[in-house]
Design a protein around this ligand. Structure first.
Ligand code: PLP
Length: 394
């Protein structure tokens, strides 16, 4: 049982993945993939229905105004499906970017050949409600806004509630990429208004990669008929077929679905979104405190730090090399993640996946030993990094 299973080791000899997904999954999740399922079979159709129902429940949709549509592929497939299905061909999207995933949404709009405009805040400044309001006032052609819930490239938790208020105050519609947040950070439809959101199997629900899902208002799903640029990414068509036959339109990732149901049961047994978020927050707090003691500094101030993934500046010390640090950490059983900032060197440590605070203490100890092996006496970042960070506060 996932609930009684410990956090000691992902499996014999496997390193922990301190990454934003694919991430470390429980043994029970891996074990759930040991059986073959017929995609047309009643048992598998029941699994699909169960999965959709459980995911919807996580949004607090008591009025049954929303529905859940799983889609094969990685998370980006779902972002593309959402934009191609919910934005009318003569619509216009305001993309809120502060990192790689926001820019990717803009790139998708380019591929779609549909009108869009961009607020680009650089690597890590959050898009704020007032500037969204101003942009919407200035351009009446904008019909939709897409926001990234947690921008995984820096780890910043964007203020979606404030953004949502600005969007609906000016009568537009919000779409949310909650890929790396959903399941651990509330996105309750009763508290934050939006038309559709997307996430995927291999992030905070702790499943394995292979599909994502769109959760959208039924009126939007109905209106999406005939709009998509793509057969396989047509959310309305996938939804209509699932409603009618209980089946996915094309070959579903059956083993991934089975694993995901096990992950959803573990999520519920742990205490749902609140408990999952609390474990990640504890992971982050223990890990960040330990890393700061070693002299490392976070890119973001407390206010914007997410419980999902944290960016640290690389130390200024001449003996420090990220590649070497990565290898030394991996030797100790921890796979970390390179940074994605343009101005200064950085790396990231994820807090999500089948890990708890004890594991995070071992991560910090591994970092301490790795620094010592590299003969780095102090992990303090270069001056330029701190100057860059000071801009955040400004
Ligand atoms: C992971 C992620 C995606 C999807 O990435 P894939 O590599 O396609 O799975 C999209 N947006 C955000 C914010 C993410 O963290």
């Amino acid at each position: 049982m996932a609930t009684t299973e410990g956090f000691d080791s992902p499996a014999l000899g496997e390193p922990y993945l301190l990454t934003p997904g694919p991430l470390t999954t429980s043994f029970a999740v891996k074990q759930a993939m040991l059986r073959d399922w017929g995609s047309w079979d009643g048992d598998f159709r029941a699994m699909t229905a169960d999965l959709r129902r459980r995911l919807l429940a996580l949004t607090g949709d008591a009025k049954a105004e929303f529905d859940c549509v799983p889609i094969q592929g990685s998370g980006t497939f779902c972002v593309e499906a959402m934009l191609g299905s919910f934005v009318p061909r003569d619509g216009k999207v305001l993309v809120l970017a502060n990192g790689a995933y926001g820019l990717r949404a803009a790139q998708i709009m380019q591929y779609l050949g549909r009108a869009h405009t961009l607020i680009d805040k650089g690597d890590y400044l959050p898009p704020r409600g007032e500037e969204v309001a101003a942009a919407l006032d200035a351009d009446p052609a904008i019909t939709h806004v897409i926001a990234i819930h947690c921008e995984t490239s820096s780890g910043i938790l964007n203020p979606v509630a404030e953004i949502s208020r600005a969007v609906y105050a000016s009568g537009r519609k919000l779409l949310v990429d909650s890929m790396s947040a959903f399941g651990a950070i509330p996105l309750d439809v009763n508290e934050i208004r939006y038309e559709a959101m997307v996430s995927s199997a291999n992030k905070c629900i702790e499943g394995v990669p292979g599909f994502g899902f769109v959760i959208a208002r039924k009126s939007e799903l109905e209106a999406a008929k005939g709009r998509s640029h793509s057969l396989s990414l047509d959310v309305h068509a996938q939804w209509a077929t699932m409603e009618k036959t209980g089946q996915w339109r094309f070959t579903p990732p059956t083993h991934v679905v089975a694993a995901f149901l096990e992950a959803l049961r573990a999520h519920e047994a742990e205490g749902g979104v609140a408990a999952r978020g609390a474990r990640y927050l504890k992971n982050r707090d223990v890990m960040v405190a330990g890393m700061r003691q070693l002299g490392f500094e976070t890119l973001l101030s407390e206010r914007w730090l997410s419980p999902i993934i944290v960016t640290f500046f690389c130390p200024a010390h001449a003996n420090f090399s990220f590649q070497r640090f990565y290898e030394l950490m991996k030797d100790k059983g921890f796979v970390i993640y390179p940074g994605k900032l343009t101005v200064v060197e950085s790396f990231r440590i994820g807090c999500i996946g089948r890990m708890n605070e004890d594991v995070m203490r071992r991560v910090v100890e591994a970092a301490r030993q790795s620094l010592s092996q590299m003969d780095v006496s102090d992990a303090a970042p270069p001056r330029a990094a701190l100057d860059e960070r000071a801009k955040l506060a400004a």
